[in-house]
Design a protein around this ligand. Sequence first.
Ligand SMILES: Nc1nc2c(ncn2[C@@H]2O[C@H](COP(=O)(O)OP(=O)(O)O)[C@@H](O)[C@H]2O)c(=O)[nH]1
Ligand SMILES: [Mg+2]
Length: 319
Amino acid sequence: MILRDPDALLDAAREGSRVALARLLTYAESGGPRQRATAHLAYQSPPSYVIGLTGPPGAGKSTLTDRLLTTGLAVGSLGTPLDELAVLCVDPSSPFTGGAILGDRIRMQEHATNEHVFIRSMATRGHLGGLSLAVPDALRVLGAAGFPVALVETVGVGQMEVEIASAADTTVVVTNPGWGDAMQANKAGLLEVADVFVINKADRAGVRETRRDLEQMLDLGGERAWRPPVLETTASSGDGVERLWDVLVEHRAFQEESGELAQRRRDRTRTELARVLVVAMRARVNDLSGTSRYEELVGDLVSGLVDPYSAADELLGDV
Ligand SMILES: Nc1nc2c(ncn2[C@@H]2O[C@H](COP(=O)(O)OP(=O)(O)O)[C@@H](O)[C@H]2O)c(=O)[nH]1
Ligand SMILES: [Mg+2]
């Protein structure tokens, strides 16, 4: 029997059905009444602890994520062994589930068949900004399904990617030796979201210069209770990955003890609600612009009987 009801699907997902979980995530992405019902359920459960990895294409995020899965499952989180981990691979630049995401799959192949790991890819569907609603919803679905920790890999370093990456509780910015060019454009944005910097491909030349650049940039950021550490990894061999995992656990503990996690989640919730409102308002505007009253007001505007602000006020009167 094929389940379609979000309630029943969530029960099945909690009992370990990956098929049910995958279907719920499809609902979360696709909009419509099922998306609403899924969100309604998902937001009633506590969220996963979300670790985001972001950085330019080719930086080694997928390879690193693959290593983190192994380490995370073995070492666990804050003294609690992890029975399962989820990964969301997000590619805002790709309209299809092709290219980069296929690469992610291959990079994480070792875990693709591991029953303790769930990997899901998301690419831009439909309207721009769709992902910035769909990713938080998908993460909540993972939380509701019972994953204590989820990893999110986001391609790119632009504002949009950074926005998605900031849906995480801990954000790792993955760089490489000679990182400067790729990230110059959005240095400030990256500095703002990074909790941890990783210089991956530390087996290559130029690590020292890159570290110096990053530390200088962090110096300019001033005093903070948590200064993002700059770590070095070689994801392809696994060097430095255990240290990275330890730092992720430390950052989580820091945030939980300082109250920063609760604050941060609240701030994020504020932003997410505003985004949902914008989408709802846009739909309302679309509806309004199809009414006869709208056309009448357009006529009045053309004739100079009304100004556009008063017309908008009138149209919005019953919002
Ligand atoms: N030399 C070296 N190559 C790496 C390292 N990590 C990843 N790579 C390679 O870099 C390429 C891109 O890696 P990938 O994980 O797909 O990067 P992503 O696009 O950021 O997800 C692959 O060919 C990897 O094998 C590393 O630490 N050192
Ligand atoms: Mg990748």
